[in-house]
Design a protein around this ligand. Structure first.
Ligand code: ZN
Length: 230
């Protein structure tokens, strides 16, 4: 028998979406920072210093935010599993009936549902309830450290792009070069994420470039205004 392998969007969208969102954040926040500081007519050293500080601060805040949110998700999952384990210990018959009901609701005949519930319970009651009652699976288990590192890493990679551009172009061209190159990076990432998610590439690209352009324009305005006052 030839195994039929299917790759569904949901299987690959999870980590890709997180990676693209992290990189988008890095590009938008650091490019805006660089453009804003450059609009205040700072020297290249000041612009790069602000950019690097923004990269580190942004990566750390992404990591902290992701770690805290995924940890609390992990806490909730652990508490749910612990309660399920206790219920299985205290009232196994009621839990078996609950599992049977879940399978009947999914369309199985009551007789077959009971047999499936009995067999899966025999193979591992907690695993069966975790998967079919709580919707928890090992594949999607919350991993706070991995999530924090991935989030900080993708932010840092995104943030490095406008910084590299700001470091190599003539000082007078920093605003233009960083704006245009960052919008191109954003358009590419936006279309990549859209394609991976099975959505329209153009719409994906336009959506993220619009917000990126708006963020850079606003910070350039603020930078120019503050630059003339300070
Ligand atoms: Zn249960």
């Amino acid at each position: 028998m030839i195994a039929h392998v299917e790759r569904h969007y949901t299987q690959r969208i999870g980590w890709l979406r997180a990676a693209v969102l992290g990189a988008n954040d890095g590009i938008v926040s650091t490019a805006s920072l660089v453009v804003g500081v450059a609009a205040a007519e700072s020297a290249r050293a000041g612009i790069l210093l602000a950019g690097v500080a923004g990269l580190v601060a942004g990566a750390m805040s992404m990591a902290a935010g992701e770690y805290v949110s995924v940890s609390s998700q992990a806490d909730t999952e652990r508490a749910d599993l612990e309660r399920e384990r206790r219920e299985l210990e205290m009232s196994p018959e009621r839990e078996l009936a609950e599992l049977e009901r879940i399978y009947v609701d999914r369309g199985l005949d009551p007789e077959l549902a009971l047999r499936v519930a009995e067999q899966l319970t025999a193979r591992g009651a907690l695993a069966a309830h975790a998967r079919d009652e709580l919707g928890l699976s090992a594949m999607h288990a919350a991993r706070p450290v991995q999530a924090a590192l991935a989030s900080a890493g993708t932010f840092a990679v995104g943030a490095a792009l406008p910084l590299v551009v700001a470091a190599i172009v003539p000082t007078g061209n920093i605003i233009g070069a960083v704006s245009v190159s960052s919008l191109l990076f954003l358009a590419f990432l936006g279309s990549l994420a859209a394609r991976a998610g099975g959505a329209g590439r153009l719409r994906g690209a336009l959506r993220v470039t619009f917000w990126g352009a708006l963020a850079m324009a606003l910070t350039a305005l603020v930078g120019r205004a503050v630059g003339t006052v300070v």
